[in-house]
Design a protein around this ligand. Structure first.
Ligand code: PGA
Length: 250
């Protein structure tokens, strides 16, 4: 089943996030797609309650690596579990850019999230330096090596990867299907090498960057990608339901 993640970023009040959830939870596609919503921290609890028994999962956009303590402004994996989260984004490109997160931070967050029973979605592929050298895939190997550093093979098996090339995030210019598949293939190869896994195909890889209801077919129709991470096109609930319908072929 394809995974479709809706990343609200810094959008929506609690009431708006709950309205969105009611509309999406009532759509007929949720039993044929693994949909996960990532609201702001402020709306997590209310959205969990609104989801109720619907087949919609919830995750947070970030997490800190400690369980508790004097870490002002941080939110721990246990606190995320407490408000119903099953997933968490780690090292999204905007966290790297605005909060200066490093691959070493990502590694700590991945370990902490997995330790608390959360499924992390590790975002990678946005390396301006590498892109400037004309190779959008060049940054992937260090993001994989550092980010997965210190994780056991079993822990690596819990990580979902999201290939998000910087030029495509929020720009309206999605990667070509070839670029997205090349990114996913490079991630699978890199992960298999690091974890000594024989089956690179077991690694789950999403594509993110200017995904819309009109281009999902290009990414999911040909194998090689397990789902999508959607920002802008997830914000309006009707548009997101249309996107889900396109994913399941409805
Ligand atoms: P976008 O965002 O769909 O608006 O490009 C994707 C993301 O940042 O995850």
């Amino acid at each position: 089943m394809a995974m479709v993640a809706a990343n609200f970023k810094m959008h929506k009040t609690v009431a708006q996030a709950c309205d969105w959830t009611r509309e999406v939870a009532g759509s007929p596609w949720l039993d044929r797609v693994e949909a996960i919503v990532f609201p702001s921290f402020t709306a997590l609890d209310a959205v969990t309650r609104t989801i109720g028994g619907a087949a919609l999962r919830i995750g947070a956009q970030d997490v800190f690596w400690e369980e508790a303590g004097a870490y002002t402004g941080m939110v721990s994996p246990l606190q995320l579990r407490d408000v119903g989260c099953s997933h968490v984004l780690v090292a999204h490109s905007e966290r790297r850019r605005y909060a200066h997160e490093t691959d070493a931070d990502a590694s700590r967050k991945l370990r902490a999230a997995i330790g608390a029973g959360l499924r992390p979605i590790y975002c990678l592929g946005d390396d301006p330096a590498a892109a400037g050298r004309g190779d959008p895939l060049a940054g992937l190997s260090s993001q994989l090596r550092e980010g997965l550093g210190g994780l056991t093979r079993a822990q690596i098996g819990q990580v979902i990867f999201a290939y998000e090339p910087g030029f495509a995030i929020g720009t309206g210019r999605a990667a070509s299907p070839r670029e997205a598949l090349d990114g996913a293939a490079a991630i699978r190869k890199g992960v298999a090498a690091i974890s000594q896994a024989e089956d690179a195909g077991a690694v789950r890889v999403l594509y993110g960057g200017s995904v819309t209801a009109d281009n999902v077919h290009a990414f999911l129709g040909r194998g090689g990608l397990d789902g999508l991470l959607v920002g802008t096109a997830s914000l309006e609930p009707g548009e997101f339901v249309r996107l889900l319908a396109a994913v399941v072929g409805g």
